[in-house]
Design a protein around this ligand. Sequence first.
Ligand code: B1M
Length: 208
Amino acid sequence: MSKIDEVKILVETGKSKKIAAAVQEALDAGDKAQDILDAMIASMSVVGDKFSAGEIFVPEMLIAAKAMSKGVDVLKPIMAGDVSKSLGTCVMGTVAGDLHDIGKNLVIMMLESSGFDMVDLGVDVPAAKFVDAVKENDNVVLVACSGLLTTTMPALKEAVQTVKAAFPDMKVIVGGAPVTPEYAAECGADGYAPDAGSAAVKAKEIVS
Ligand code: B1M
């Protein structure tokens, strides 16, 4: 079995104590950080499918998420870019009612490595907290909102519209598995991206 396949199995089975060593071994074996990350993201889809099929339950999803986060910690320093010029501050959070944070954390990692100073508001962030964060931090040029549940899509819209009502010129980018470009436009967002890599590209484009 390849090292990358071992990593996938450790994520799927939520082995958070073993994952860091396995990710390091995959890197040492010559696997690219991006390929290891893609493999872990694919594992989370397997976990989601098993949950949908009733084969596993919330606790198993939670331990898989913990394992993935530990694996990502090993990749972070490798994937971080060498940025000398700041593009400004971006405040980011997962919207109200939503506790999913892996995708948000990956987007933060990619935006940081593209030159943004990131302020992480965490999960379950009420719309007003995005506005407070824009007021409280210096040189905020972008607000980024993540939403992972179909049931929290209205909260995504509320976050965008609350930020826009307080700061009409503030750029806002949204994303997350259930979000579409059409829904992003309906929210009034300036940008949408399907994944962390393209979020960084889109973020740079809309603030420039
Ligand atoms: Co939840 N969950 N979950 N869950 N969970 C999903 C999302 C689900 C698809 C599983 C399923 O049924 N197949 C489903 C949602 C269905 C739907 O809405 N239609 C679901 C459900 C139902 C639930 C609960 C309601 C379950 C319950 O309690 N009965 C509950 C809700 C809790 C809440 O939030 N209020 C729940 C809870 C949880 C855990 C807490 C146990 C755990 C999260 C732990 C954590 O995040 N720390 C969890 C997990 C792990 C998942 C799955 C398995 C994995 C999510 C993940 O991390 N994916 C997920 C199934 C799946 O994703 N297929 C599932 C990997 C991650 C890298 O992808 O987050 O999509 P993602 O991020 C991507 C893109 O979306 C994008 O870039 C990222 C990187 O490429 N992106 C952006 C994200 N934000 C962006 C922002 C941008 C741009 C791009 O711009 C700003």
